[in-house]
Design a protein around this ligand. Structure first.
Ligand code: MCU
Length: 381
């Protein structure tokens, strides 16, 4: 049953974190010799010495992480297009976008709740939604693969509507392209823009996380079984593989698909320790907005232990911001990939109701926080 707290976290209070006063932020140094075998400290700037102590510091640190994630891994998120128009007919929202002389049209479907009137909260389905949703929500089906193809690497590189608009040499990998497109959808009539969530599973769960991380208008992010390139840590996944458990790593993922910018290849093909971030940093960009991470313990390839380590580390951002109740992680026992199990329903419902879930399910690994995230968590005010 739907309760009003679902997606109640309004975006207005998050805008502080969306932009940082670059002038007063510590300068990011040359990072060409950066190397860290543990997850980089969320609360120390990349100059290696300046600590994050205040909310203003966090806005700067958040901007720093966003910048390096874009430059080294995901590619650049473009700004708003030159012009855009949208019309809604039947269940179809037709969006025309023009930028730098290029035009595209795409047409997500929006299913409104029966008999709904006025503005309603919505969830953007990144390639569809595979978690049960309260019936009071509208569902926006975003065809992410049309926006940026994800069939194979390198053939899918630069293919799709995003690249028709911004050029085939745009640095954005497919996930960043989806993040851009997903939010062009939300001006739709009758959507309550302060109550928009995003969800997707597996490869589309990776995309849901990136959209939630980079779009401050998203109030609730639900990455489901997103694995490597999603909620997993590059470093922890490499470690797991080194123990003989077949887990997807950075060096494999860049061969498989084009979810990431080609700028990432240099790190994936040498050492992920050179990355001045990991996916706890990506997760932390969502804070303090709501996030519910859903994992499946049944597939080593998806690295659920890596996800747990990264997301527990990411969660320190919510703790520092006094919003830990907005971030939950749930790992269920083995079940078919992307088939949401009944066992997680109470947690999802609780999440939807109150944003409070943190459950390890049948998890058997210990969480080596001290090893991977050896930092103190400040309380930022
Ligand atoms: C979990 O996401 C991916 C995974 O990264 C790929 O290696 C695998 O091939 O496909 C997964 C997926 O999207 O399954 C639907």
């Amino acid at each position: 049953m739907f309760h009003s707290k679902f997606l109640q976290f309004t975006v207005a209070s998050c805008l502080l974190f969306a932009t940082a006063g670059a002038a007063s932020c510590p300068k990011t140094p040359d990072l060409s010799s950066f190397n860290s075998s543990v997850l980089p400290d969320l609360f120390t700037f990349l100059d290696g010495k300046t600590k994050v102590r205040t909310l203003e510091d966090w806005a700067c640190r958040r901007a720093e992480m966003s910048a390096v994630l874009q430059s080294d891994e995901l590619g650049v998120l473009p700004g708003r297009p030159d012009s855009m128009s949208a019309s809604f007919s039947g269940n179809t929202l037709t969006i025309n976008v023009t930028h730098a002389g290029n035009s595209i049209t795409f047409a997500p479907t929006i299913t409104f709740p029966a008999n709904s009137t006025g503005r309603v909260p919505a969830v953007i389905g990144m390639g569809g939604v595979s978690v049960p949703l309260p019936e009071e929500l509208a569902v926006i089906e975003f065809n992410n693969a049309e926006f940026a193809q994800q069939d194979s690497s390198p053939a899918s590189r630069g293919v799709g509507l995003f690249y028709d608009l911004f050029g085939t040499d745009a640095s954005a990998g497919a996930m960043m392209a989806w993040a851009w497109g997903a939010l062009e959808v939300t001006p739709a009539a009758r959507i309550n823009l302060e109550r928009v969530g995003v969800s997707g599973c597996s490869r589309n769960g990776k995309g849901a996380l990136v959209a939630g991380a980079f779009e401050p208008r998203i109030a609730l992010t639900i990455p489901q079984e997103s694995g490597s390139g999603g909620t997993d840590s590059w470093r922890i996944s490499d470690f797991i593989l080194s123990t003989g458990i077949l887990t997807q790593t950075a060096s494999e993922i860049v061969q498989e698909n084009v979810w990431l910018s080609s700028n990432f290849d240099q790190f994936a093909n040498s050492s992920v320790d050179r990355l001045p971030f990991d996916h706890h940093s990506l997760g932390a960009l969502v804070a303090p907005r709501a996030m519910f991470v859903i994992d499946n313990l049944g597939y080593d390839w998806l690295g659920p232990f890596s996800s747990w380590g990264a997301m527990i580390a990411a969660r320190t951002a919510w703790t520092a911001l006094g919003a830990s109740e907005n971030m939950g992680i749930s790992q269920a026992a083995n079940h078919t990939h992307c088939v949401f199990p009944d066992t997680q329903q109470p947690e999802l419902t609780a999440r939807q109701d109150t944003h409070v879930v943190e459950t390890a399910g049948n998890y058997t690994f210990s969480v080596p926080n001290a090893q991977w995230a050896p930092w103190n968590v400040p309380r930022l005010i």
